[in-house]
Design a protein around this ligand. Structure first.
Ligand SMILES: NC(=O)c1ccc[n+]([C@@H]2O[C@H](COP(=O)([O-])OP(=O)(O)OC[C@H]3O[C@@H](n4cnc5c(N)ncnc54)[C@H](OP(=O)(O)O)[C@@H]3O)[C@@H](O)[C@H]2O)c1
Length: 215
């Protein structure tokens, strides 16, 4: 894959448009989709995500190198895994029972590990899930900025983690690689960096200390 990786963002709610805007600013071609007709989001896309192409989800995914899942986890359960077969997928979702309801499959363990098991024919990387959508946009900084923050990238596939780390870097964060989706539990609700925006050193320390406490 080249630097011109095409992104399909599934989800046009709170966080999907922010990820799409940051990616467009970083030079990625971006499509965006909901579960419905792209015509329904054509105007809003033009207004709030200029440069993004609204498409049917299946068309967006078919044309993409990287697919971002920015949909509520309970809605993910309706997504046909076949749609994402062979794709590099960023799981930016969180299990949030207050809005998802109780999902027994996600009650124990790491949500991205469960997502990855469901998407067995895709490569799943956990990223862009642990910073709130307002801050994700406001705290993005170019590489080298003294007040740049960190963002975690967790996955079992080294090359996929490298590709998504490059994306995270380009959209404005110091990527911190975590060696597995299992380790990515540190990024999810209840983990040490969820909901905080930290500089790289603080972020790495928080994740390391958490990993120690788990052993
Ligand atoms: N909000 C944040 O600050 C934030 C930050 C990081 C991560 N996250 C995580 O990101 C996920 C989404 O959060 P959100 O707050 O952006 O949710 P949201 O505002 O409720 O938006 C959800 C979007 O997903 C779309 N959608 C639902 N099913 C879909 C499908 N099968 N295919 C394509 N699009 C679909 C919905 O459109 P239709 O209903 O029209 O299909 C809607 O545009 C959650 O898991 C959340 O934990 C949120």
């Amino acid at each position: 894959m080249t630097e011109q990786n095409r992104l399909a963002v599934l989800g046009a709610g709170h966080v999907g448009p922010v990820i799409a805007r940051l990616a467009i600013k970083a030079g990625y071609p971006v499509t965006i989709a909901t579960s419905g007709d792209p015509q329904d989001i054509a105007l809003i896309t033009e207004l709030i995500i200029p440069g993004a192409q609204p498409q049917w989800a299946s068309d967006a995914v078919a044309d993409a190198d990287i697919v971002v899942l920015a949909i509520p986890l309970h809605r993910f359960l309706d997504v046909d895994p076949g749609l994402l077969s062979g794709r590099l997928v960023i799981d930016s979702m969180n299990y949030w029972p207050a809005s998802d309801g109780v999902l027994p499959a996600f009650e124990d363990g790491g949500s991205s590990e469960i997502v990855a098991r469901r998407l067995a024919a895709s490569t799943v990387v956990k990223a862009l899930n642990h910073i709130g959508y307002h801050e994700l946009e406001d705290r993005a900084r170019p590489s080298g900025a003294p007040d740049r923050s960190a963002a975690g990238v967790a996955g079992d596939d080294v090359a996929a983690v490298a590709t998504i780390s490059a994306l995270v870097d380009r959209i404005g964060y110091d990527p911190v690689g975590l060696k597995s989706l299992r380790a990515g539990r540190a990024l999810q609700p209840g983990g040490p960096v969820f909901g905080s925006v930290l500089a790289r050193a603080e972020f790495e320390r928080a994740v390391r200390e958490d990993a120690r406490s788990l052993t």
